[in-house]
Design a binder for this molecule. Structure first.
Ligand SMILES: [Zn+2]
Length: 377
């Protein structure tokens, strides 16, 4: 296993940030697996999973069982990892620009489609190779002006060539779930079965330019722009939400790593026993998930637990408001607007007006969500 340290200068101090990754498996000719955690640097469950997975991968390598090239970034955002305000960790946003670390990744189609479309021919495999090469060349010559851009370039350089890209995150207080693109729903439902997730939520483009969508959006637009040339989606990519922010334990991290490892075995990336394949996880369009928001600021008193089924109109929480006719006594009901189950809640119970209260996963697309911006922030 090879340890790689990439460095780039901090914009303010000039001190060096260090991006750590581990690489193992055949150097060429094998499928590429890109794994990363803590792009939102204050979300640690994924780092714990990869910490344990690295042990398993190293053992497999020593035994000659690795059939794919693995690139593992256990904590992929060293800038966010070090961003503290007083005693609070600000890992979700870049402090200098206010940009969410998992939003506004570059529009690759807009950047390079003109030169890439000319490369396409009649052979799908050759098309994928040519596009990946052009993509890699473009990433290499990007002139990064800031530390964030240097970091994103290093991450994209690895992910753009990969056959599997898994971005490990967590929610606030949540059941496990997966976000992915519709083209990958079958393979990610299989992965979700091994992981034991509550749902796989699919969207072509949830509107934020999130990391797990930047590559599939690029490949999809290329194929649509050149229908006369065969260009299959060449990768599986997903955001894996490993429960809530407080759910960081050795035992769950080790179990989650073993589940990922078994899926790698099932896919043939590692020689080993995958066990009986579990039932695939349920797949739902992300537009069928309601983000219930607070009608006013207040202290949340939840009436529902994670996983609980609710009906449209059902009160899922009360808000204890600091203002009004009876401050700290009056309770304002918060209602679900759809039938479904409670996927996530808020760990911090004092919410702002219009702040998220819960995600409710339903079965059918909601008119309020279809075609809109689907993310919480
Ligand atoms: Zn996240």
């Amino acid at each position: 296993m090879e340890l790689v340290r990439e460095h780039f200068a901090d914009d303010g101090s000039g001190a060096r940030h260090e991006l750590v990754s581990y690489h193992l498996g055949p150097a060429s000719g094998a499928p590429l697996i890109h794994l990363q955690a803590a792009l939102h640097a204050d979300e640690q469950p994924g780092t714990m999973v990869l910490h344990h997975l690295l042990d398993l991968l190293e053992r497999a390598e020593t035994s000659g069982l690795i059939r794919a090239r693995f690139s593992v970034f256990p904590s992929v955002n060293p800038i966010g990892l070090g961003t503290r305000i007083l005693t609070s960790h600000i890992g979700r946003y870049d402090l200098a620009s206010g940009v969410n670390h998992n939003r506004r990744w570059p529009d690759l189609f807009g950047a390079i489609s003109v030169q890439v479309l000319d490369l396409l021919g009649s052979d799908p495999t050759e098309n994928i190779v040519a596009v990946r090469k052009a993509l890699g060349n473009w990433i290499d010559i990007l002139p990064p002006a800031t530390a964030i851009q240097e970091m994103r370039r290093a991450i994209l350089r690895s992910a753009a060539q990969a056959d599997v890209v898994l971005d490990l995150h967590c929610d606030s207080d949540s059941l496990m779930h997966i976000f992915t693109s519709p083209e990958m729903s079958r393979s990610m439902a299989e992965l979700g079965g091994y992981m034991g997730v509550a749902a796989v939520l699919t969207a072509e483009d949830s509107g934020g330019g999130s990391f797990d969508e930047v590559l599939p959006v690029f490949w999809r637009k290329l194929a649509q722009a050149s229908p006369q040339h065969p260009l299959p989606m060449p990768m599986d990519t997903a955001t894996l939400e490993y429960r809530g922010r407080a759910d960081v334990e050795d035992a769950t991290g080790r179990d989650d790593a073993e589940r990922l490892y078994r899926w790698f075995c099932a896919r043939g990336y590692i020689t080993g026993e995958a066990g009986e394949p579990p039932a695939p996880a349920p797949v739902r369009p992300f537009e069928a998930t309601e983000v219930v928001r607070a009608p006013t600021a207040g202290l949340l008193a939840y009436r529902v637990a994670l996983g609980q089924r609710v009906e449209a109109g059902e009160v899922i929480a009360d808000l204890i408001a600091a203002h009004g006719d009876a401050p700290f006594r009056e309770r304002v009901p918060v209602r679900s607007t759809t039938d479904g189950f409670v996927l996530s809640r808020q760990l911090v119970r004092q919410v702002s007006r219009n702040g998220p209260v819960a995600k409710i996963v339903g079965d059918t697309v909601l008119p309020t969500r279809a075609g809109g911006y689907l993310l919480e922030d």
